[in-house]
Design a protein around this ligand. Structure first.
Ligand code: AHM
Ligand code: MG
Length: 328
């Protein structure tokens, strides 16, 4: 074993990693650490559900729509319930905003943290055994602890996030998170029931050759986006689009690439939700050395005026996002 192997933290469990990190902050109270553990627990439960979806009666449509009018899958609804239950029982959050719920869910008024999440992203892939993910974002409330949660506690800019992350249910299950001190990834070891550190201090290459966009909508994109796609083709880049944001983002972060969900004719503000999709992943992207914009401005500095607000998203390797924006 080399010295490098011995000093690396690879193989450490998520619990131990979180504990060690907490002790690096002298006044940490442990609430955020516990909250991250609660999220990991919900992730394990959803992982179990996702893995046996084809065998139990939880695949397919739920017959309902969410606040944005999108058809909900049974697993969307189950994942939402799992998270809300885990975070409610954990007691570390005062409010939850979920893609699947119209309004703020008020939880423990004596807690300091707000969680925004997409419990199961990539709805169109749930039924067909393709990778899907959970996305989460954590804020500290602005109003005093003990009182009712206010809209201002929830509608905070992405730069106020204290932590964010995602769980990817892929060929293996991974939890990736940041608290603003780099990005670390943990692979789930099912026989141990533990997330184990596998990707320490993840970094997004400055440039790459993968572009991820739903090219089927080419003719409803702005001319500048079409021009960038044409550029990618001339450069013989690889087109890779899973249609699950977490999976497309994760691959591009590891290999170097760009993910784009621009404005379209039918979605003039883009499709993705600013709070719990764009901001959450933008924090990870930036912490890994990447970039996230709406095609012009930094995602994490955009004003929020409503819970389920949408935004265009250009995210990934720094030089690729800059190049895409140069066609404007
Ligand atoms: P969802 O939250 O309803 O699952 O929608 C978000 C998903 C992203 O994961 C994915 O990148 C995108 O929608 C795909 O949309 P499209 O099918 O328009 O390409
Ligand atoms: Mg989503």
């Amino acid at each position: 074993m080399t010295k490098e192997n011995i000093t690396s933290s690879i193989g450490k469990t998520l619990d131990r990693f979180i504990n060690n990190k907490q002790s690096e902050f002298p006044f940490a109270t442990g609430e955020l650490s516990q909250l991250l553990r609660d999220i990991a627990l919900a992730g394990k439960i959803i992982n179990r559900d996702v893995n046996k979806a084809g065998l139990s009666d939880i695949a397919g449509g739920h017959g309902s729509t969410n606040v944005q009018g999108e058809a909900q899958q049974k697993l969307d609804v189950i994942a939402d319930q799992r998270f809300v239950r885990a975070l409610t029982n954990g007691g570390e959050v005062c409010a939850i905003v979920s893609e699947e719920e119209d309004e703020i869910i008020h939880v423990n008024p004596n807690s300091r943290y707000v969680v925004a999440m997409d419990p199961l992203d990539g709805s169109s892939n749930i039924d067909v055994n393709v990778s899907i993910g959970t996305i989460f974002s954590i804020y500290r409330r602005l109003s005093p602890v003990g009182g009712p949660v206010q809209m201002e506690d929830v509608l905070q800019k992405g730069i106020n996030q204290v932590a964010s992350g995602y769980i990817l249910y892929g060929s293996s299950t991974m939890l990736v998170y940041t608290t603003g001190h780099g990005v670390n990834g943990f692979t789930y070891e099912p026989s141990l029931g533990e997330f184990v550190l596998s990707h320490e201090n993840m970094k997004c290459p400055e440039s790459g050759t993968i572009y991820s966009i739903n090219e089927g909508a080419y003719y409803s994109f702005e001319q500048s986006v079409r021009d960038y796609i044409d550029y990618c083709k001339r450069e013989k880049y690889s087109a890779r689009y899973i249609g699950s944001l977490v999976s497309d983002f994760h691959r591009n972060m590891l290999k170097g690439g760009i993910y784009i969900y621009p404005k379209t004719e039918s979605a003039p503000n883009g499709k993705l939700r600013l709070m719990y999709e764009c901001n959450a992943l933008a924090f990870i992207a930036e912490q890994a050395g990447g970039v996230a914009t709406d095609g012009m401005d930094r995602i994490m500095e955009l004003e929020l005026t409503e819970l389920h607000q949408r935004s265009p998203l250009f995210m990934g390797s720094k030089k690729m996002v800059e190049k895409a924006q140069s066609f404007r």
